[in-house]
Write a protein that binds this ligand. Structure first.
Ligand code: FRU
Length: 477
């Protein structure tokens, strides 16, 4: 297929539809496509946006540049599902075709009011002097029609002391008022979390900066606030955290705080905080309430600027599985929702050192105990594999993708480590979906989300360095 080139700020118009249909067919030939993760029909997908359970359906919107697998003009894509298993990707929800959003419709969340879903987003607006921050809203009715508000932009410009980098509105309700959190960079290049309030979701007043007891880097992106088991959990993505041996190894990081957000003091009183995930490809998650108000989260399966082997196939990145959020002794855990977990069927027990899988999308569950100081598992084939390692002696868990024949994003490092839980054994759940991998230790007390591109994409050999006991189930839906 002959690819066209596009200006960075091209937005989707009818004249592009035929080309995009061809591109969509081309993408379908890629050998790296997942079966149970959302990925872009064409081009690049990044953050999940506007996540909601609305009118008996899940609505997942996402940042999307349809034309090429890179960060160009951002649109909002839209996928919906009744059960978190079968998805209809309706593709386009927001096209940045208005003057106030001339450089893209950036991230935001949604809230339901009077039977309508209000979708908030940042209208990206650049000038030769720098960005002018603008926030906008559009409203989706129960028939799925989305209309941008005539009042847009509903917030225009930066409060005193802030730079032009202010984005990613997260709106929530408390005690009869609406509040909006915004990620920001201040005049001194420090990340800040801003608070606005409103009675009607359209007129907003600035309240000030929320004080956070964490390193905020040079910019905060994508705040989310959710209640889990009676506590406030703030999830936020700071840019520019200093790398530690077992934390903040990616270009950008995501951290959570558990405690209480006091809106009158404008302080988050944190009892605990830490990094959310330890994998290479996890960023900008959004939390929301699913069916029956279950606290949930979905993240962008990617991070920053990366070169991936799938770029040549004209699609890039995807979303993580939907996760359910829980607290275990004040630590936030995330684990795949039961609806999706049930799709791994024909469970086969194993008691072996070696396994040859029947397909490339499966759930492997096993226990690892400290019979040796270091216990490893290889996935792939003898010359093309990635490795999961438990170092009981040093209390570390590590993923190593330096032995793959198709290298992935080498400049950002090929090993990720996290501190273990100081235990003699762990329950491990590995979910593989072709090039998408999610690992959970003790039901999400620790996790790694990352991509691998094995040459043999149809099935894998798994090699334990001990006689492992566990179960494998294959994805079927
Ligand atoms: C996070 C982010 C957001 C922004 C969006 C643009 O990955 O940079 O801050 O709204 O992506 O696509």
């Amino acid at each position: 297929m002959k690819f066209q080139t596009f200006n960075h700020y091209t937005y989707l118009e009818d004249k592009h539809i035929y080309y995009l249909k061809q591109l969509e067919n081309f993408v379908q030939k890629s050998s790296f496509l997942p079966h149970y993760h959302l990925y872009p029909k064409t081009g690049l997908m990044n953050d999940p946006n506007g996540l909601a359970y609305f009118n008996n359906q899940y609505h997942f919107f996402y940042q999307w540049f349809p034309f090429e697998p890179n960060h160009g003009m951002k649109h909002w894509g839209h996928a919906k599902s009744a059960d978190l298993v079968h998805w209809e990707d309706k593709a386009i929800a927001l096209i940045p075709n208005q003057e106030y959003e001339k450089n893209g419709c950036y991230s935001g969340n949604s809230i339901e009011k009077d039977g309508l879903l209000y979708l908030f987003y940042t209208a990206n607006y650049k000038t030769p002097q720098g960005k002018i921050p603008k926030q906008a809203v559009c409203i989706m009715d129960k028939s799925g029609i989305i209309q941008k508000s005539e009042k847009n932009p509903i917030i225009d410009g930066a409060p005193e002391g802030m730079s032009g980098e202010i984005r990613d509105p997260f709106v929530f309700e408390r005690d009869g008022s609406y509040y909006m959190l915004l990620g920001a960079k201040d005049e001194h290049d420090v990340g800040q979390l801003l608070l606005y309030t409103s009675q009607n979701l359209i007129d907003w007043g600035y309240q000030g900066i929320i004080s956070l007891p964490i390193d905020k880097g040079y910019m905060l992106e994508c705040p989310s606030l959710i209640q889990v088991e009676g506590k406030d959990v703030l999830i936020i993505s700071p840019m520019g955290l200093e790398k530690e041996e077992t934390r903040y190894q990616n270009q950008f990081s995501t951290v959570y705080l558990v405690g209480k957000l006091d809106l009158s003091d404008k302080v988050f009183y944190a009892e605990y905080s830490n990094e959310v995930d330890s994998g290479f490809d996890f960023y900008a998650p959004q939390a929301f309430y699913g069916k029956n108000n279950v606290p949930m989260m979905v993240a962008w399966f990617g991070c920053g600027e990366q070169e991936l082997p799938s770029d040549k196939d004209m699609w890039k990145h995807g979303l993580t599985m939907p996760y359910e959020l829980k607290l275990k002794q004040n630590h936030l855990t995330h684990f795949v929702v039961p609806e999706l977990l049930e799709q791994f069927k024909q469970k086969q027990p194993f008691h072996n050192q070696k396994l040859s899988t029947e397909s490339n999308s499966y759930h492997l569950a096993f226990e690892v105990s400290n019979h040796q100081d270091v216990m490893s598992i290889q996935f792939g084939s003898s010359r093309d594999y990635w490795k999961l390692q438990f170092n009981f002696k040093q209390n570390q868990i590590c993923v190593d993708r330096s032995h793959l024949s198709l290298p992935v994003d080498v400049p950002n490092g090929e090993i990720r480590k996290t501190i273990g839980l100081n235990k003699n054994s762990y329950q491990v759940d590995v979910f593989i979906d072709n090039s998408f991998v999610e690992i959970f230790i003790n039901e999400g007390r620790k996790s790694f989300a990352f991509r691998t591109f094995n040459m043999t994409t149809k099935h894998h050999d798994i090699l334990f360095d001990w006689e492992a006991i566990g179960e494998i189930g294959y994805y079927q839906s």
